[in-house]
Write a protein of this length. Structure first.
Length: 335
């Protein structure tokens, strides 16, 4: 299967479309496609997805649900823990009138018997129209897409990417600050293992933004992600000191230190509470800015700032459902 999104796609393979339908006329090239990486997105198709997500928000707020995906089935296949991504995909499908096969405990599936990922996805696509996959291995979603004929949506592949999270993050920034160009965006915490910041940085590189990467010395942003930023000619700063940059940022995107990626727990203990966003830090922040977090949070954001109007992480989480509704509708040709 193609891993990139053709923007001028003629006819998609019948196996993906269920027939010879001109894909671009329906969903801006998303119909029948996998969503594997943020590198598939351009400013144009981001505008399209955000437009559809906004319509989904209006739909949910006015009517609660619709029957757009009636008769369609989503297989939700999660090999790693998830609360938000898994349940927001399920909610998205249900709100659009579709059905779900939830496989959140792979230990109770044939995976425990030693079934391979290709065989598991080839099984699920016999029953479902689209598969959402979270897996601990980098590149797992691309592997699944190689074997599947139905669309695969990457819901996180180890330390690799989390494209749907990055889409909802960008959508949130636009909703909160009404622009992307010209913003100064700080990412704080575990930039080495945090897949959300990898995807978000790459996606934001489509815009004229400036980055500040704030991390403990042992958890820097990977070189390949910095390369994307450099290739776009964008400016970035790297520091370990969040106090030095807080007064000058429009977005403070905070991440959890990814305990599950560490082999040395003593090393994890040394860095886990390196940054804490608290009321004192927020007194130095701009009046109009946002604090975001992909969640779950541990100690890195104090509960005391949850009611600060700049704390956007709960609104961000809700936006995830609208973005996932838009993506499901788009890849299933109903947006
Ligand atoms: N929920 C996000 C992810 O799956 C962030 C995290 O786990 O820290 O990557």
């Amino acid at each position: 299967m193609s891993l990139t999104m053709p923007t001028n796609s003629p006819l998609l393979p019948p196996s993906r479309t269920g027939g010879a339908v001109p894909a671009d006329h329906i969903t801006n090239g998303f119909y029948g496609q996998d969503i594997l990486s943020v590198s598939q997105f351009s400013r144009d198709n981001l505008d399209y997805i955000f437009g559809v997500a906004h319509e989904m928000q209006v739909l949910v707020e006015r009517f609660g649900s619709a029957d757009l995906l009636q008769g369609k089935i989503l297989a939700n296949l999660f090999y790693e823990p998830s609360t938000r991504t898994s349940s927001s995909f399920m909610a998205a499908m249900l709100r659009l009138g579709g059905q779900i096969i939830p496989i959140n405990n792979v230990q109770y599936s044939s995976v425990t018997k030693g079934e391979s990922l290709p065989d598991t996805v080839r099984t699920l696509e016999c029953y479902a129209d689209v598969i959402v996959l979270r897996h601990p291995e980098l590149g797992a979603a691309a592997t699944a897409a190689h074997y599947a004929t139905k669309p695969i949506i990457n819901a996180g592949d180890g330390v690799g990417e989390h494209p749907t999270q990055a889409l909802l993050d960008l959508f949130t920034i636009v909703q909160e600050l009404e622009r992307l160009d010209g913003l100064r965006i700080a990412m704080v915490g575990d930039l080495k293992y945090g897949r959300t910041v990898h995807s978000l940085t790459k996606l934001l590189s489509n815009y004229n933004v400036e980055f500040v990467f704030v991390n403990p010395a042992i958890l820097p942003m990977p070189a390949d992600v910095l390369q994307v930023v450099e290739n776009k000619g964008l400016r970035f700063q790297q520091t370990q000191d969040v106090h030095a940059v807080i007064s000058d940022v429009d977005v403070l995107y905070v991440t959890r230190v990814q305990k599950e990626r560490f082999t040395d727990m003593a090393q994890y203990d040394r860095v886990k509470d390196h940054y804490v966003v608290d009321e004192e830090l927020m007194t130095h922040a701009k009046e109009r800015m946002v604090v975001m977090h992909p969640l779950p949070r541990l100690n890195e954001i104090s509960y005391a700032i949850d009611n600060d109007p700049r704390a956007a992480y709960f609104r961000q989480m809700r936006n995830g459902m609208f973005i996932r509704m838009a993506l499901l509708a788009a890849v299933l040709g109903k947006a």
